[in-house]
Write a protein that binds this ligand. Structure first.
Ligand SMILES: NC(=O)c1ccc[n+]([C@@H]2O[C@H](COP(=O)([O-])OP(=O)(O)OC[C@H]3O[C@@H](n4cnc5c(N)ncnc54)[C@H](OP(=O)(O)O)[C@@H]3O)[C@@H](O)[C@H]2O)c1
Length: 339
């Protein structure tokens, strides 16, 4: 039977991409509903070549939904995801961080731990990981299977769209303002984002890490292997879409750059673009924007240590980092007959 799907947060950065990806997906989609806050009631959003009128979450009847794709922020997810399941929807695939570390909620990246979706029945919720975690574990999984990862040191270069629509607007307004000598007023970001980089994403926690850095560590352990050690520095940079990561990865068994390149070339969801050339030979966030793949470039041996490599990993944070991963989880659930 054709699926009934609701996208909650349909006017947002992630919700908009969810509708785009659903319209192109192989899922047998019957009806799609765009849901947001009362503020957006009646506003039109695109779904393929159709326009959908937004509905108010407070008035929407979730009872007959097969799949609810949730991306309206943590507070909305905390309140609404359990309510939506109690109302009769079969599954909520939730993009917020609220449910990710709940032991009764699977945290899933289909290329890495697709079978974990089977644990969804306890709460009816499947959690979508953090955008930076998703692209990192897609690149790490095949290498971990081959030689067991001991430790990962990661620095991120995260675009402003990771903070939502208003965060992109702040970069745009500050950038224009600087050309006419306006002094930038940070509202969403803790400091000026235009022509700057900020080594803080989310709040600080005990020990001096930020919550974003902790998420990369804790989520990788839940999705990939609790034995993998991750230390992260997460940095916001003045780009609009696409997150980049510099990884240094140490293995228990033999690993070289050549071997990693061969393994990754055959791995799902990954595109290797790695040719040292004077002008390029690697992928940047601008080129990854609007694409489906996780790109890996600059794969090289770390000459300071055995069985250790460096690589550069880039993906569209709104697609693989959020909307695409959520739709892929839906596809796994449908293929397994769970919805
Ligand atoms: N951006 C990323 O890279 C990324 C990656 C992974 C996960 N996520 C997560 O995905 C979620 C959405 O992120 P985003 O970037 O799409 O944010 P966004 O652009 O700010 O959009 C927020 C969406 O939530 C809706 N919303 C807000 N309050 C609501 C309420 N009370 N009831 C119903 N809908 C409400 C908004 O609708 P209105 O227009 O009606 O206000 C809008 O559609 C967040 O939890 C975020 O952490 C984002």
């Amino acid at each position: 039977m054709a699926l009934k799907i609701a996208v909650v947060g349909a006017t947002g950065n992630v919700g908009t991409e969810m509708l785009n990806i659903l319209a192109e997906s192989d899922l047998d989609v019957g009806e799609v509903y765009a849901v947001a806050s009362r503020r957006s009631l009646g506003r039109e959003v695109s779904y393929g070549d159709r326009d959908l009128k937004c509905l108010d979450i407070e008035q929407f009847d979730f009872a007959s939904m097969d799949i609810v794709l949730m991306s309206a922020g943590g507070d909305v997810s905390k309140q609404w995801s359990p309510k939506i399941i109690a109302a009769g929807a079969k599954v909520v695939i939730d993009n917020s961080s609220v449910w990710r570390m709940d032991p009764d909620v699977p945290l899933v990246v289909p290329e890495v731990n697709a079978d974990a979706v089977e644990g969804f029945a306890k709460k009816g919720i499947v959690a979508n990981p953090n955008c930076s975690t998703i692209q990192m574990v897609v690149a790490l999984k095949p290498l971990h299977d081959a030689a067991t990862i001991k430790r990962v040191v990661v620095s991120t270069y995260q675009s402003t769209s990771g903070g939502g629509r208003a965060a992109m607007d702040e970069l745009w307004i500050q950038t224009k303002g600087i050309y006419v000598n306006d002094s930038p007023t940070p509202e969403i970001f803790p400091k000026q984002i235009a022509f700057n980089v900020i080594p803080q994403i989310d709040v600080f926690i005990d020990g001096g890490d930020t919550k974003e850095e902790w998420k990369m560590k804790a989520e990788t352990m839940k999705i990939l292997d609790s034995g993998v050690k991750v230390t992260a520095t997460c940095v916001r940079v003045p780009t609009f879409i696409g997150h980049a990561e510099s990884l240094n990865v140490e293995f228990v068994r033999e690993m070289t750059a050549d071997k990693a390149r061969k393994i990754l070339r055959e791995s799902p969801g990954i595109m290797i673009y790695d040719k040292p050339e004077e002008k390029g030979g690697y992928i940047t966030p601008v080129e990854a924007s609007g694409e489906f793949a996780t790109y890996v470039s600059r794969i090289r041996d770390d000459s300071t240590q055995d069985n250790t490599i460096n690589m550069w990993v880039v993906a569209d944070n709104l697609r693989k980092g959020a909307a695409l991963n959520a739709v892929q989880i839906a596809e796994v659930m449908v293929n397994k007959g769970l919805v």
